[in-house]
Design a protein around this ligand. Structure first.
Ligand SMILES: Cc1ncc(C[n+]2csc(CCOP(=O)(O)OP(=O)(O)O)c2C)c(N)n1
Length: 321
């Protein structure tokens, strides 16, 4: 991978990490309105997938969507303002964390009815197929959401209509407090692809390079042949389901072990330095730059204006695509 792409990927993962770690701290003070679901630990999933997407492609996120939006190119300041319900947020402060949407980067939303992104992706992909511009649609779907009927219906539709959709299942170990080993018949999600005559790959997703390579293969096939595929990404989240979750369902020391041995940022840094692809100083410079960006926007957001009451009904039924 070219140096510029490596730097972009690292900056993106570092931005998500710092954005979310600071969110964890701020939430505990009561400063953050509503619920938030943090993406810490899973950065290589969205960033690895997005490393293979083009501007014309659409990503569909979930309630755990801050990292999804940032990976697709959403502006971190505007995303933060949105989560804090401020007028200058991506959706005018009316969507909040769980319904963020940014059509300017073709991020078609954190769709909180879990699994719904799979169906919306079929519509996006059908439109792309009709336009003939080679764009693909990629819904990110939690492993809990994978058991929603709508996801299986969407997979079937994508197969019979030959739609360019890559269904990406983020298997982060838990759906709320339910361990994935209790809830996934057959033990894996990528195996379901065969029933719909699609290729399916499962990847150990703390490794950015493995995610990017697998996503690249499946996205290229979807783009060139207008056919769907399945990618299962396995990497546990580092925080609870939502902020405030007591996580009594976790094993002792589980998170410490994850942070020590399965941190995608550490893995990425060690690999690029060992291979001589980037220098440690390049990464340090990004760390400094991102730290300044994140602390600056968190300082700014607290004094930022709320939406005006006159805007209450504006854009409620906007059509962005
Ligand atoms: C259709 C629907 N059913 C239930 C919920 C409540 N709910 C919100 S998040 C969640 C768990 C989702 O788990 P998973 O899909 O694995 O995603 P993760 O939170 O692990 O990222 C549930 C059941 C919902 N939002 N939508």
């Amino acid at each position: 991978m070219e140096q510029a792409k490596l730097l972009t990927a690292y900056r993106s993962m570092r931005t998500i990490r710092n954005f979310e770690e600071r969110m964890h701290i701020e939430f505990a003070t009561g400063a953050v309105p509503g619920f938030v679901h943090l993406y810490v630990g899973q950065e290589a999933c969205a960033v690895g997938v997005c490393s293979q997407l083009e501007d014309k492609d659409t990503l569909l996120g979930t309630h755990r969507g801050h990292g999804h939006a940032l990976a697709k190119g959403a502006n971190a300041r505007k995303l933060l303002f949105e989560i804090f319900g401020r007028a200058d947020g991506l959706c005018g402060g009316k969507a909040g964390s769980c319904h963020v949407h940014d059509s300017s980067v073709r991020y078609m939303g954190a769709n909180s009815g879990v699994g719904s992104g799979a169906a919306i992706a079929c519509g996006v992909a059908l439109a792309a197929k009709n336009r003939g511009d080679g764009a693909v649609a990629v819904p990110l779907i939690g492993e809990g959401a994978a058991n929603q009927g709508v996801v299986l219906e969407a997979m079937n539709l994508a197969a019979v209509w030959n739609l360019p959709v890559v269904f990406v299942f983020e298997n982060n170990g838990y759906a709320e407090a339910t361990g994935s080993e209790w809830a996934i018949a057959g033990g894996d999600l990528c195996g379901r692809a065969a029933a719909f005559d699609m290729p399916g790959l499962a990847i150990d997703a703390y490794d950015f390079f493995a995610v990017s390579a697998a996503a690249g293969e499946l996205i290229a096939r979807a783009r060139e042949e207008s056919r769907p595929a399945v990618l299962e990404l396995r990497q546990k989240r580092f925080y609870g389901h939502f902020e405030g979750d007591a996580q009594t369902y976790r094993g002792d020391g589980e998170v410490d072990l994850l942070r020590r041995e399965r941190d995608c940022l550490t893995h990425f840094s060690d690999r690029v330095v060992a291979e001589g692809w980037l220098a440690r100083e390049d990464l340090d410079a990004i760390d400094t730059e991102v730290e300044a960006l994140i602390s600056g926007i968190y300082e700014e957001v607290k004094a930022a204006a709320l939406p005006d009451e006159s805007q209450l009904f504006a854009n409620v039924y906007a059509s962005a695509y």
